[in-house]
Design a protein around this ligand. Structure first.
Ligand SMILES: Nc1ncnc2c1ncn2[C@@H]1O[C@H](COP(=O)(O)OP(=O)(O)OP(=O)(O)O)[C@@H](O)[C@H]1O
Ligand SMILES: [Mg+2]
Length: 270
């Protein structure tokens, strides 16, 4: 599946967040990286259809404006940065809700099987009957990730999906996304802050800063000392391992906001 944006522009009220964003990506994993407030979540929300930008979004060459709501619901899936629910539902019921657009008024055996299979695939069957609000932060995140995969989307938009996950779950999650992306030809965009995970798992990196695309390309072409200095304001050591994957070791901040020479060093001491 191909995703293309033409002159995508978005403002919150009259506050512009980005102007004329253009990129083309295909059935691979794209990591969307950049500092806080760069506009990553806003861009994902525009592609997901939860915000209404100016400009054009094309999926396999068709303008999303010309696609039916039903088709779009089946094609794209979006996991927000902060996923929460107030509903008092079990994990099984929460996952069933992920199918809501394809469910008729009655839940069928097939729907129950889909949910059971996906839970098994994700290794969370033991949580099935637990109340979602009584899970740990990481367990909840695993449920929301599972919900975003349940309809086998062609376009997967994940906003900091590994937040709150332990190291094992983070690696397992990226292995799973790699497998899904390869086996099903999914186009996957993941906003994330961990540059080493981006380097290891993404085929393509889009660097966003201050509402602009600073660079796009392979991890080794994009994740350089220069990019890291310009975009994050830090010095880093970047080495390339035997597989050609960059390894980033942050060294120091170029302009430390908290310990600059004119900051008030008596902040906490009267
Ligand atoms: N609902 C909103 N209303 C007004 N301004 C918003 C809203 N959401 C985000 N913004 C502003 O838009 C800008 C981009 O925010 P966004 O959440 O897209 O950044 P981000 O790159 O995802 O950052 P982070 O890495 O911290 O998640 C920020 O300046 C933010 O304050
Ligand atoms: Mg964000």
């Amino acid at each position: 599946m191909k995703l293309e944006t033409n002159d995508l522009t978005f403002s919150y009220n009259s506050h512009p967040i980005f102007d004329d964003i253009n990129f083309k990506i295909d059935s691979r994993i794209t990591a969307l990286i950049g500092p806080n407030a760069a506009g990553k979540s806003t861009l994902l929300k525009c592609i997901a259809g939860t915000l209404d930008p100016k400009g054009i979004i094309l999926i396999d060459g068709t303008n999303v404006e010309d696609m039916s709501r039903k088709d779009l619901v089946n094609i794209r899936s979006y996991l927000p940065q902060e996923s929460e629910t107030n509903a008092s539902l079990t994990v099984f019921e929460t996952l069933l809700l992920g199918l809501v657009h394809s469910l008729s008024w009655k839940v069928g055996q097939e729907d129950i099987e889909v949910v059971s299979n996906v839970m098994k695939y994700m290794g969370i069957e033991d949580l099935a009957l637990k109340n979602i609000n009584k899970l740990s932060g990481g367990q909840k995140q695993m449920v929301f990730i599972t919900q975003s995969l349940i309809r086998d989307p062609k376009l997967l938009l994940l906003d900091e999906p590994t937040n709150g996950l332990d190291l094992q779950h983070q690696l397992e999650f990226f292995e799973l996304i790699k497998k899904i992306t390869m086996e099903r030809g999914t186009t996957t965009i993941i906003a994330l802050h961990d540059l080493n995970l981006a380097a290891r798992y993404a085929d393509n990196i889009v660097v966003m800063t201050k509402g602009e695309i600073y660079a796009t390309g392979s991890p080794s072409s994009v994740l350089t000392q220069e990019t890291i200095r310009d975009v994050y304001g830090i010095n880093a050591h970047v080495s390339i391992d035997n597989d050609g994957i960059p390894w980033i070791k942050p060294l120091n901040s170029i302009t430390n906001r908290y310990f600059s020479s004119n900051s008030n060093s008596n902040l906490f001491i009267e």
